[in-house]
Design a protein around this ligand. Structure first.
Ligand code: AHR
Length: 662
C-alpha cells in the first residue's frame, strides 16, 4: 500500500532529523590536523630502549638460564641452596674447602667423601625457586671435578620432579686426579616448574667438585651457558634502540665494596667473582637472602645481547660513589684513578683492536669485531656536589682519550626539586651530553606532565628518560600493580616524549624483569616464573611506540595547539620515511568513546584505508598474568580514509596507533 500524505510528512521530518543530527555530529567532531611537510626534528634510532638491572632475579634465576643456584659455593653460607641425600644406609659427608691462595676469585669447592660402599650418598640443589624443566628437552650438566687417588666413586646425576621422581639422568665416573670439566646431557620425560637436581655418589673415596651447572640446551641462539630464549625474545620483539646495563643501583652497591665492577664479570665463567646482590637485603618487607650475582651474565654477554637485538649498548659505571640511599660512601677524588681506568679499559674492551689488552680478551671470548660502543654512563642515580666533583675528573679523562664517546649523567632520583635543579643547572652549564632523568610517579603525574619537554632548551644537553614507570600506589610499595591505568598514563606521557624527540633521544621503562616468586620491586615490564613469561600492559605500550618509532617528528594539533590532555586526549605524530607512512599515536584516557576527524594537510594518502592498532582494557585495574598473558594486547583493524580525512572513534581508555600510507 503506498504511503498517505500524513505518513509521507512524518517520514520526511524523520529524515530531516536524522540528517540534521548526523550533520551536527560530524560538525561537532574535533578536528586534528597533521602536517607531514613540517618536519620538526629527527627521531633517533635509540629513542625507545631497554633498562636492564639484576633486580627481582632478573639475571641469576631469570634471563641467565643457569638452573643451579650457588654452583660454586661462594654464597656467604657456602651450602645455601644445597642439602645432603642418603639412601640405603650410605655413609658420607660434605666438606667445604677453601683454596684462597691458589684461586682468589673462586676459592671454595666441596669435597664429597663416601665412607662406605653401602647405598649412595649425595647432594641436591633446589634451583631458583625450583628448576623449570620441559619434557623431551635436553639439559647440559657440567662440573669441575677431581678424584682423590684410590677413589672409585661413580656419579649419577638425576633431575627430579616435584613429586620426588626422576625424570632424566646422566652417569659418569671421574677418574682424573686434577681438576677436569665433565659434561653430559640429560633428556627429560616431564614438564615441571619445580624440579631439583640430585647428584648421587656410589662407591668409596672422595671427589672434589666445583661449578656444578645445568643449562637448557635451547637457550637464546642455542648458545651453551646462554640466556632464556623466551625472555630474550620478548626483548627482541620490542626492537629496542638501546640496552642500558647493568642498572640501576646495582652499579653503585650498598657500599663501595659491593659496587658493580665490570672486570670481574668477563673472562672464564669460573673466574668471575661472585658477590652478594644489593637487593638481597634492600627491603625488609621483601628479603631475598639467596640473591647473589654469579656474573655468568657479565659485560661481554650484555654487549652481545645488545648486538643480537639490534640495540646500541649503553653501559653505566660506578663513579666512585656508593648508593646515596644506603651508605653514601665516596672515594676521595685523589683516589679515583682505578675507577677511571675501568672506564677507559671498558671502551677498549668494547672498541679496541684485538692487539690491545682488553680487545684481545673480547676476541678470546668470541667477538673479535668491535662492539661499536658510542655512549657511557658515569654514575647511576647520584646527586649533590660530590657527584659533580667526581664527574669532572671522569669526563676530562674519558673525553681526552675518546672525544667521540657521549657521556650520560645523572640528575638524581627525582624529576624536580633541589637535587634535580642543582644537577640540571650545573650539568647544563658544563655542556653535558645527556641528562638521565628518572621518574617513578603516580599515573596522574604522567598525564599531567605530557608537556614536560615542550619548552626544554633545544640547544642544551639531550635527555635520556632513563627510568620511568607509573606507580599505582607509591614508589617502592609492594602493592604497586602493572595495571592498565598505569600503562595508559605512560602512553599519554610518551606522546610528549615523542613530540620532543629532538631533545629526548632515549627513553626506557624500569625495571625490566621480575620473577613472580623472587621480586623485591614492583611494577616491572616483564614477569616470569621458571617456565613461562608475559609482557605487562606497560610492555605492550612500549612495544607499540618502539615498533612504530618512525624517522621524523611532525605536528599534530587541534586549533594550532599540541594535543596533551584537552578532553583527555594525548597525541603525537611521526613520519616513517622508510615505509613512507604517517604514524599517529592517540591516547584516550577518558571513560567514554571519543570521536575526531584527522585531516592530513598538504600530502595525499595513497590508499583508501589506514591500519589502526588498538590497545585497550575493560577496566583500569585490568592486568595481564601468567594465566592470562595477553588479556591486554594490541588488536589491528582497518579504517576507511575519505580523501585526506580519517574519522576515528577512540574506545574509552585506549591507546591507538594509526598508520597511513602516503
Ligand atoms: O629500578 C629500580 C631502581 O630505581 C634502580 O635501581 C634505581 O636506579 C632507581 O632508584
Amino acid at each position: 500500500m503506498p504511503p498517505n500524505d500524513k505518513q509521507m510528512k512524518k517520514g520526511f521530518v524523520l529524515l530531516l532529523l536524522i540528517s540534521f543530527s548526523l550533520g551536527l555530529r560530524s560538525q561537532s567532531n574535533p578536528v586534528f590536523t597533521v602536517k607531514p611537510n613540517e618536519i620538526k626534528g629527527t627521531i633517533q634510532r635509540t629513542m625507545w630502549g631497554i633498562f636492564f638491572e639484576d633486580i627481582n632475579l632478573a639475571a641469576d634465576g631469570g634471563v641467565y638460564a643457569e638452573l643451579v643456584k650457588n654452583r660454586s659455593f661462594e654464597f656467604a653460607s657456602p651450602l645455601m641452596g644445597w642439602h645432603e641425600l642418603r639412601k640405603n644406609g650410605s655413609g658420607g659427608n660434605i666438606l667445604v674447602m677453601n683454596r684462597q691462595t691458589s684461586n682468589q676469585n673462586n676459592p671454595r669447592f666441596i669435597r664429597a667423601t663416601c665412607t662406605s660402599n653401602q647405598g649412595s650418598f649425595g647432594i641436591c640443589n633446589e634451583g631458583f625457586r625450583g628448576m623449570g624443566i620441559k619434557a623431551n628437552h635436553q639439559y647440559e650438566f657440567s662440573v669441575l671435578a677431581k678424584s682423590a687417588k684410590g677413589t672409585n666413586v661413580a656419579i649419577s646425576v638425576e633431575l627430579v620432579n616435584s613429586k620426588g621422581e626422576p625424570i632424566g639422568s646422566y652417569s659418569f665416573t671421574p677418574t682424573a686426579d686434577d681438576w677436569k670439566k665433565y659434561t653430559g646431557v640429560i633428556t627429560t620425560t616431564e614438564t615441571d616448574p619445580k624440579c631439583s637436581l640430585s647428584i648421587w655418589f656410589t662407591g668409596k673415596g672422595s671427589i672434589d667438585m666445583d661449578m656444578i651447572s645445568l643449562f637448557p640446551k635451547d637457550t637464546w641462539k642455542n648458545r651453551p651457558g646462554g640466556m632464556r630464549s623466551d625472555l630474550v625474545q620478548l626483548l627482541a620483539d620490542l626492537k629496542p634502540g638501546f640496552l642500558r646495563f647493568p642498572g640501576g643501583c646495582i652499579v653503585e652497591g650498598r657500599e663501595l665494596a659491593t659496587r658493580y665492577q665490570w672486570k670481574t664479570t668477563v673472562g672464564d665463567v669460573d673466574q668471575r667473582k661472585v658477590i652478594v646482590n644489593r637487593w638481597n637485603t634492600e627491603f625488609r618487607h621483601r628479603p631475598t637472602p639467596d640473591y647473589y650475582q654469579s656474573f655468568g651474565l657479565g659485560f661481554f654477554e650484555y654487549f652481545q645481547l645488545a648486538e643480537d637485538i639490534g640495540a646500541e649498548p649503553l653501559p653505566i659505571l660506578n663513579c666512585g660513589m656508593a648508593c646515596q640511599f644506603n651508605t653514601a660512601e665516596v672515594v676521595p677524588t685523589s683516589q679515583l684513578d682505578p675507577y677511571i681506568q675501568d672506564a677507559l679499559d671498558l671502551i677498549q674492551f668494547a672498541n679496541g683492536s684485538t692487539s690491545t689488552k682488553w680487545g684481545q680478551l673480547r676476541a678470546r671470548m668470541g667477538h673479535p669485531a668491535p662492539f661499536n660502543l658510542k655512549m657511557l654512563g658515569v654514575g647511576n642515580e647520584q646527586w649533590g656536589p660530590q657527584y659533580i666533583e667526581r664527574y669532572i675528573v671522569f669526563s676530562r679523562a674519558i673525553k681526552a682519550k675518546y672525544p667521540n664517546i657521549k657521556l650520560v649523567n645523572s640528575v638524581g632520583p627525582d624529576p624536580e626539586g633541589e637535587r634535580f635543579n642543582f644537577l640540571n643547572d650545573t650539568l647544563r652549564k658544563m655542556k653535558a651530553d645527556f641528562l638521565d632523568e628518572h621518574y617513578y610517579r603516580s599515573p596522574e603525574w604522567f598525564t599531567q606532565n605530557a608537556m614536560r619537554y615542550d619548552n626544554y632548551d633545544r640547544k642544551g644537553p639531550k635527555i635520556f628518560a632513563g627510568e620511568y614507570a607509573a606507580q599505582s600506589v607509591q614508589t617502592v610499595s609492594p602493592d604497586n600493580k602493572n595495571n592498565w591505568k598505569c600503562a595508559l598514563s605512560e602512553a599519554a606521557f610518551m606522546t610528549g616524549l615523542e613530540r620532543n624527540a629532538d631533545v629526548v633521544n632515549m627513553a626506557s621503562y624500569a625495571p625490566l624483569f621480575t620473577h613472580v616468586e623472587g621480586w623485591q620491586w614492583t611494577p616491572n615490564l616483564i614477569w616470569f616464573d621458571n617456565l613461562n613469561s608475559y609482557g605487562t600492559p606497560d610492555y605492550y605500550v612500549q612495544k607499540l611506540f618502539s615498533n612504530n618509532k618512525g624517522t621524523d617528528i611532525i605536528p599534530i594539533t587541534q586549533n594550532n595547539k599540541v594535543i596533551a590532555g584537552q578532553d583527555s586526549i594525548y597525541a603525537s605524530a611521526v613520519l616513517d620515511k622508510r615505509s613512507n607512512e604517517i604514524v599517529l599515536k592517540i591516547v584516550n584516557t577518558d571513560d567514554s568513546e571519543q570521536k575526531m576527524d584527522i585531516v592530513i594537510d598538504g600530502v595525499s594518502p595513497s590508499a583508501n584505508s589506514a591500519t589502526v592498532a588498538v590497545l585497550k582494557a575493560d577496566a583500569l585495574d585490568d592486568m595481564n598474568s601468567l594465566t592470562e598473558p595477553v588479556k591486554i594486547k594490541p588488536i589491528d583493524k582497518q579504517l576507511p580514509l575519505t580523501g585526506k580525512t580519517i574519522s576515528l572513534s577512540l574506545a574509552p581508555y585506549s591507546v591507538n596507533v594509526v598508520r597511513i600510507k602516503m
